[in-house]
Design a protein around this ligand. Structure first.
Ligand SMILES: C[S@@+](CC[C@H](N)C(=O)[O-])C[C@H]1O[C@@H](n2cnc3c(N)ncnc32)[C@H](O)[C@@H]1O
Length: 249
């Protein structure tokens, strides 16, 4: 008999058999059809899904959904797409969305790498947040980290010109990895300057995971990478003539 090994791509998460509260279970059963999306339609027609054309923001790994709920309530003029795989967090956020009657949020319960690869067309996202992705601190697990060059390049491809990617972590060597990758990916500019972190949080809310780290005395590093607006350049001939003019005084 011949055995064929199918290699699973390395994932940045492990779905643990976490306990769902009754409220989370009920929210998953009854509210998923209203707020949830599956990987079926590729790419998704977002204007149809939201029934309008609005700036599109994505949060990858929203955890318990606290930050996404705060932002979506504060910005009804934006549409938000949340992506996570952790059922209790998805259930909790669904219940919050229904409670607040928000219509500007849709959720994927799926691997963000797959969602970015399949569901967004290029140059269609205004902002992508990845706040406190799982740090995978052990050396042998670091290949599981979500922020890798390929993923950041994929995100950059999906950003509109002028769009931004906001990363945050409380794990120092992951912060350095984020900085190195973001600075190296073609088509992104570090808003704090190459090799630099932001001072402060870059306007984001404090997250649940961050608060936990703060209690343990963790520092926090934030980065915002921007895809520059397309430049409108004069012809090379024009530039040469201008330089000549300047040189002649
Ligand atoms: C450490 S938690 C941080 C949650 C939240 N951002 C916060 O700061 O409180 C990381 C989250 O990312 C999710 N996650 C990890 N890898 C993911 C992936 N590839 N696709 C979607 N979600 C992912 C996990 O399920 C988890 O909820």
């Amino acid at each position: 008999m011949e055995f064929v090994t199918v290699r699973q791509p390395v994932r940045s998460y492990v779905i643990r058999a976490g306990r769902l509260t009754t409220a989370q279970r009920r929210a998953l059963d009854s509210l998923w059809p209203r707020f949830g999306l599956d990987l079926g339609e590729q790419p998704v027609d977002w204007n149809r899904v939201f029934g309008r054309r609005a700036p599109r923001f994505v949060e990858v790994g929203f955890g318990n959904g606290e930050a996404l709920l705060t932002l979506a309530e504060a910005h009804p003029e934006r549409d938000y797409v949340g992506i996570d795989v952790h059922p209790p967090g998805v259930g909790r956020l669904l219940a919050g969305l229904a409670l607040k009657g928000l219509e500007n949020v849709r959720l994927f319960r799926a691997n963000a790498v797959e969602v970015f690869g399949k569901c967004f067309v290029d140059e269609s996202l205004d902002m992508v947040y990845v706040w406190f992705p799982d740090p995978w601190p052990k050396k042998r697990h670091q290949k599981r980290r979500l922020i890798q060059r390929d993923f950041v390049s994929l995100v950059a491809q999906k950003l509109v010109p002028g769009g931004r990617l906001h990363l945050a972590t409380d794990w120092e060597d992951y912060a350095d990895q984020m900085l190195r990758i973001g600075d190296a990916v073609e088509g992104l500019l570090n808003s704090a300057g190459q090799g630099c972190f932001l001072q402060g949080r870059g306007g984001r809310p404090v997250t649940h995971f961050e608060r936990r780290g703060e209690r343990l005395g963790h520092a926090v590093w934030d980065l915002i990478f921007e895809k520059p607006e397309k430049a409108v350049c004069r012809s090379t001939e024009f530039q040469r003539e201008s330089l000549k003019g300047l040189a002649q005084g």
